[in-house]
Design a protein around this ligand. Structure first.
Ligand code: AMP
Ligand code: ZN
Length: 114
């Protein structure tokens, strides 16, 4: 989609710090990290949010779970843990309207979130 920063990154038109690429996702370092590890798992295909992504019959969530598992392994987080966050819409605090998942680690996170 035109004027979408994450589409630009997925197509290579916009530069990003890419850490992993799969068939369905691209993983980059967040430009404004809030934790020592702060990655963004971005769908290659443009979906506005998780609600749109789930309507696509070709969108396979197993692929996503596998990717999270391999990131946890690569960063040795299986015991320590990490946090994944999907902000959706205004109340959810979503600022980029292209489906993505925050993968954060390297410090403790509080609950409830702010
Ligand atoms: P959200 O608020 O959940 O929509 O998260 C959007 C995230 O994208 C924020 O954490 C931003 O710091 C991050 N972000 C925005 N533009 C870029 C970019 N060009 N490269 C890397 N991260 C970005
Ligand atoms: Zn997009």
């Amino acid at each position: 989609m035109e004027n979408c920063v994450f589409c630009g990154i997925a197509s290579g038109k916009i530069k990003a710090d890419i850490v992993r690429e799969t068939g369905n996702f691209i993983v980059i370092r967040d430009i404004n990290p809030v934790s020592p590890v702060h990655l963004l798992i971005i769908s290659r295909k443009h979906f506005k949010n998780i609600l749109d992504a789930r309507k696509d019959k070709d969108f396979d969530p197993c692929d996503f779970f596998d990717l999270v598992g391999s990131l946890a392994r690569d960063y040795s987080l299986e015991d320590k843990g990490f946090r994944t966050v999907i902000n959706t819409g205004y109340d959810g605090g979503q600022t980029v309207g292209h489906f993505h998942v925050h993968f954060m680690a390297g410090r403790g996170f509080g609950w409830p979130p702010g």
